[in-house]
Design a protein around this ligand. Structure first.
Ligand SMILES: Cc1cc2nc3c(=O)[nH]c(=O)nc-3n(C[C@H](O)[C@H](O)[C@H](O)COP(=O)(O)OP(=O)(O)OC[C@H]3O[C@@H](n4cnc5c(N)ncnc54)[C@H](O)[C@@H]3O)c2cc1C
Length: 448
């Protein structure tokens, strides 16, 4: 992409006070918004630093809930965080836009213009300056070059995609219910490619919400006979990143629900009406979800000479500084971080993002005081899998096995900690109470 036009654009000011240290955070997700919120609350009023958050989206939704949005069991409209309002609450500046380039020598990033749905320009191309740049732009699904994925499958990387899947699912059920002729092969079948935590949790969530949907006057749909969910995994077992016992128990539960779990089954291509396996077998499906792996956004490949790995993640030192530029940090899914003493990069998880954001708050203070920077230490708090209302189980701390109600509480705790960082205890408590009330008055699944 030719970015030469940006060289002549004047920098958008992020502060009126030239003595302020400018912290620019790109990406307002689990890591970036957490950091902006904490920095804004801590420094925003004191004026020592100016904190600016850039995100291409206007709202923030906790990404680990996207499979629930897709299945309709979580209503994002009521729980999304409006970034403009949040920025005012926590004393940071919010800019909307997509980072598309960087000029490290000038300490500037380039932001693409924003157009409305009709193509009318809302915000022109802009240039933002920084003293400290924190890149936290997350990850996207990786199709590994498999034909047809981007055309025919839905990925769950953004709120829009999750909402789009939900509409497709609703429409598929309504269409089938109104139809006189018998269902065609694959109609009301769902194929989920990739049985990591996202695929597995989505399979259980879909099973629950499609059953709920069928119970809402969709009397021509016999759930047990017509709805079929296939979970397809190339690896030797599901949940490869989690302990084997947990994967075995999860498989048993999914199979008891009637979900067909296929392992050691690579997908060769995705078509409009199903997926073709490497073996040549075709699995017909009306709804196809691709959840088979991740990569960092392409913008980070060849990012003005910064070092990245084969899936575009910026390689960082134990201080979370990028290896070739001490003024640029990377956090969360888009960072390739091997902590001291470890021999593998940290997993792309919300707990990694959250711990790194908390760590970065201290690092900013150290930079301001001219102190040497600490090294990031990762504390693995365990892994939990929530299979909708059916069961939640996992291991926490040093292999302690947890199941049922307490496992569900632990699973939800990570989100609550995120909300605490964003809103403080009062709002979280009120929000919790409001949630309890609306749960009693609203349908179990989103119907529009
Ligand atoms: C369906 C699903 C379920 C998951 N479940 C779990 C779970 O149970 N437990 C767990 O630990 N993890 C889970 N994860 C993973 C977890 O969500 C991620 O590891 C975590 O969100 C990463 O945080 P992040 O801040 O790096 O990125 P994100 O939270 O993805 O945030 C990235 C932000 O950057 C913005 N952005 C992207 N590109 C640009 C750009 N060029 N310019 C400006 N802004 C940009 C995006 O709009 C977004 O707001 C799940 C993920 C998914 C998709």
């Amino acid at each position: 992409m030719d970015l030469s036009l940006y060289e002549s654009i004047a920098e958008t000011p992020s502060t009126n006070d030239p003595t302020q240290h400018r912290v620019l955070i790109v990406g307002g997700g689990a890591a970036g918004l957490h950091l902006a919120s904490k920095l804004g609350a801590h420094y925003g009023r004191k004026g020592k630093i100016s904190v600016t958050l850039l995100d291409k989206s206007r709202v923030h939704v906790w990404k680990p809930l996207l499979h629930e949005v897709a299945a309709g069991s979580f209503d994002a409209e009521t729980d999304a965080v409006e970034l403009i309002a949040h920025a005012k609450l926590r004393h940071y500046r919010y800019r909307i836009g997509e980072m598309i380039g960087i000029n490290r020598a000038r300490q500037q990033i380039y932001v693409a213009p924003t157009d409305d749905d009709a193509g009318t320009r809302v915000i022109p191309p802009r240039v933002l300056g920084y003293d400290t740049l924190v890149i936290a732009i997350g990850s996207l699904s990786n199709d590994f070059g498999t034909p047809g994925v981007m055309q025919h499958a839905i990925t769950l990387d953004t709120l829009d995609q999750a909402v789009r899947f939900n509409r497709r699912m609703m429409d598929a059920c309504l269409r089938a219910n109104a139809q006189y002729e018998p269902l065609r092969p694959g109609q009301l079948h769902c194929a989920i490619v990739g049985a990591g935590a996202t695929g597995v949790e989505l399979a259980a969530e879909l099973h629950k919400s499609m059953r709920d949907l069928a119970s809402y006057n969709l009397d021509n749909i016999d759930f047990d006979k017509t709805i079929k969910i296939e979970l397809i995994e190339a690896g030797p077992r599901i949940l490869l990143a989690l302990p084997e016992g947990l994967a075995a128990d999860t498989t048993k539960l999914l199979e008891s629900l009637g979900i067909n779990v296929r392992t050691g089954t690579p997908v060769m291509s995705v078509e409009a009406d199903g997926v073709t396996l490497n073996s040549g077998e075709f699995i017909p499906a009306e709804l196809i979800v691709w959840a088979a792996g991740i990569k960092a956004p392409d913008v980070l490949r060849d990012f003005d000479g910064l070092e990245s790995d084969r899936i575009n993640r910026l390689i960082v030192k134990p201080t979370l500084q990028t290896t070739r530029d001490d003024n640029i940090f990377a956090l969360g899914d888009c960072a390739y971080c091997v902590p001291e003493g470890a021999n593998a990069p940290l997993p792309p998880r919300a707990q990694t993002a959250q711990q790194q954001a908390n760590f970065m708050v201290g690092v900013i203070a150290q930079r301001l005081d001219g102190q040497p920077l600490s090294h990031f230490k990762y504390h693995d708090r365990g892994s939990l899998v929530a299979l909708s209302d059916y069961k939640t189980f996992g291991v926490i701390f040093r292999g302690f096995r947890l199941e049922g109600f307490f496992a569900m509480l632990a699973y939800r705790a990570l989100h609550k900690l995120h909300l605490l960082a964003l809103f403080g205890p009062w709002r979280v408590a009120l929000n919790f109470l409001a949630g309890l009330l609306t749960k009693r008055t609203e349908p179990r699944v989103k119907l529009h």
